[in-house]
Design a protein around this ligand. Structure first.
Ligand SMILES: Cc1cc2nc3c(=O)[nH]c(=O)nc-3n(C[C@H](O)[C@H](O)[C@H](O)COP(=O)(O)O)c2cc1C
Length: 142
């Protein structure tokens, strides 16, 4: 059995548009962080009503490297996905905290650390099964 840290579901909204330039595009979710600690997480992600779960690395926090984000953001880089997700629903099952959110001295350090995070995340996810079934938040209301 796997115990997930949190299960978040939200519609993808526009962030600041920096992700592509950094080399790690992210889906910014319109969902509260629901008490999750700020940090970087290994996560399973499901896009829309796809039956499969994809490997992802999630970031929760105010992107302190940039100093201009005033709210807590929930965003995820989905490892094997390239394309436009705006307006789609994405679910995240957070499985492990990799590290704390960090204010890096420069963007180059953020980029190299993010690349390391993805490797750690991939290794973790290889040992932790994705959710056994597709579920949405609305399921729990039934
Ligand atoms: C795996 C991962 C780790 C991240 N770690 C940090 C971090 O430690 N510090 C930080 O300021 N931002 C971090 N971020 C957030 C990036 O700053 C953010 O994704 C980027 O600025 C793009 O944001 P945008 O979608 O609003 O353009 C991380 C993002 C990812 C995907």
């Amino acid at each position: 059995m796997t115990v997930y840290i949190a299960w978040l579901s939200g519609v993808v909204i526009h962030g600041d548009g920096r992700g592509n330039a950094l080399g790690f595009p992210t889906a910014n979710l319109d969902v509260p962080a629901s008490g999750c600690a700020d940090g970087v997480y290994a996560a399973w992600a499901r896009i829309g009503d796809e039956p499969r779960w994809r490997q992802a690395t999630a970031s929760i926090g105010d992107n302190p490297t940039f100093g201009d984000v005033t709210e807590t953001r929930v965003e995820a880089h989905i490892h094997d996905f390239a394309g436009d997700l705006y307006g789609m629903r994405v679910e995240l099952a957070l499985v492990a905290l990799i590290r704390e959110m960090t204010a890096f001295d420069d963007v180059e350090t953020l980029i190299s650390r993010t690349a390391d995070d993805l490797i750690v995340s991939e290794r973790l996810l290889a040992t932790i099964a994705p959710p056994a079934r597709a579920a949405t938040i609305s399921d729990s209301a039934n």
